[in-house]
Design a protein around this ligand. Sequence first.
Ligand SMILES: Nc1ncnc2c1ncn2[C@@H]1O[C@H](COP(=O)(O)OP(=O)(O)OP(=O)(O)O)[C@@H](O)[C@H]1O
Ligand SMILES: [Mg+2]
Length: 488
Amino acid sequence: MLDYLYPVDERALFTDRDHYLGLLELCCTELQQDRRKHLALLGLRRIGKTLILKEFILRWLQRPTAPGAPPVLPIYVDLKRLGLSPESFAVEYVGSVLYWFLEKGQGRWDDYARLPTLLRAASTLGNPRVLDMVLELDADLRQQVIPQRRLLELAFNFPEVLAREQGVRFLICIDEFQDLGLLSNFPQVGDVLDIFRALLQTQSAVAYVAAGSAISLMEGIFHQARSPLFVHFRSERVGPFGRAESEELARKALAGEALPAAAAQTLYDWTHGHPFYIYAVAERMRELILLSGRAADAQLVREAFVLETLSSAGRIYNLCRYVIEESMGQARGQALLRLLLQILAESESPLTLTEIAHRLRRPAGAARALLNRLGQVDLVAQIDGAYDLPDPVLKIWLAYFHAGVELLTVPRREILEGLVADMAQRYQRLSSELGLAKESQACRELSRTVREVMAAFDGRLAPGRLFGRTASGAGAVQLPVFTRVAAY
Ligand SMILES: Nc1ncnc2c1ncn2[C@@H]1O[C@H](COP(=O)(O)OP(=O)(O)OP(=O)(O)O)[C@@H](O)[C@H]1O
Ligand SMILES: [Mg+2]
């Protein structure tokens, strides 16, 4: 089952994510009881969104339908693999729905990306309404001026018609959902999300799950009041693993090699629980163990991390490079943006707008505009009024990349050890900065509480015993009125 979409070796490594799998299951069981719940999964690159969808689909397909409940069939559509002109999107979207309905994820879906297959599949179903829709799709595509908007309406409506006619329900998982927006570039289409929303509201047999890594675009789609999909989806942020899950994944990837507690802790500290980074480092550790007979200790974790991150053949190196290039490719005004990224990457703690403007030698307004542009492509996040890269490993990679550090695939031992020591120091400094940041946050919270208490005094009378007066002479004490209470 799902052999092409979700290979068996990938399944063997799947770890945790019970919360999201539970939510997806809830979408399906609610749908069986005619309640529709749409879900959006947002998260950084390679954090594991797609794997959650695949694992869920596999588990759901393996589960027998409860007696008396209508079957819910999952559909997986990856927009990165679909043509994003209205014509090809319509054919491939309808094709995906038919493929999942008929084949349930068996075999390859690409055959269903062609009209003749769709016509054949629809006619074997023997349902006139379904066949009519595919014939209409065919007819629309033959017109002199192709009715692009109507094609999209037809595509989005197709699963509902198929579900009703066949007595099933669909859970449609749309991966890289933000790419749907590219269809709005066709003037005749207008806002594609408007079309999608309009049809979603007329449907009853279909629920949607949207996943996407372009976080600020996805937030724009699901969290902003002016977006057509605002409040229609329950949105969930997919984050990194905790300590225990990180260790569990590492053990699976190490396939039976022992992993001492100190090594597991270092792996978690250095990867920050990001599953792809954990997997890459653990795989490299396994290779080093098998090739050189080393033990899986904390030093081996560090070396594997450095090799994966700083050598051009490393998987973390390649992912970071790809993320930066892809994100910067979309942002205009490259030179200053690169400088700004470099400033952020080299700073050990988050920077305020004033600090950034000073280091950039630009006015605060200009710095803010640049930060916004990096924010739109998810390279910068704002936390507690300061700016930083949201992915600490990407930040470290950038700092070394700017410094021109790049390892050979098999570096000399002293060079590797030197870099491991250098990186260990960097992590040490980062964790103490983090400690300081937490401490100063605790101070800020305490001082806010004190200010609130002072403002509440307001000339009230308080029992004298609170101020140590004896019971006999205890009168009330009048508390002061503060005319101004401010942070110092
Ligand atoms: N739950 C998990 N268990 C085991 N490995 C995982 C898990 N989640 C992610 N990984 C690892 O991280 C890799 C990336 O996962 P996935 O493709 O699901 O991420 P994604 O968030 O969809 O990424 P993208 O933003 O590129 O679409 C996987 O190939 C796997 O190695
Ligand atoms: Mg993905």
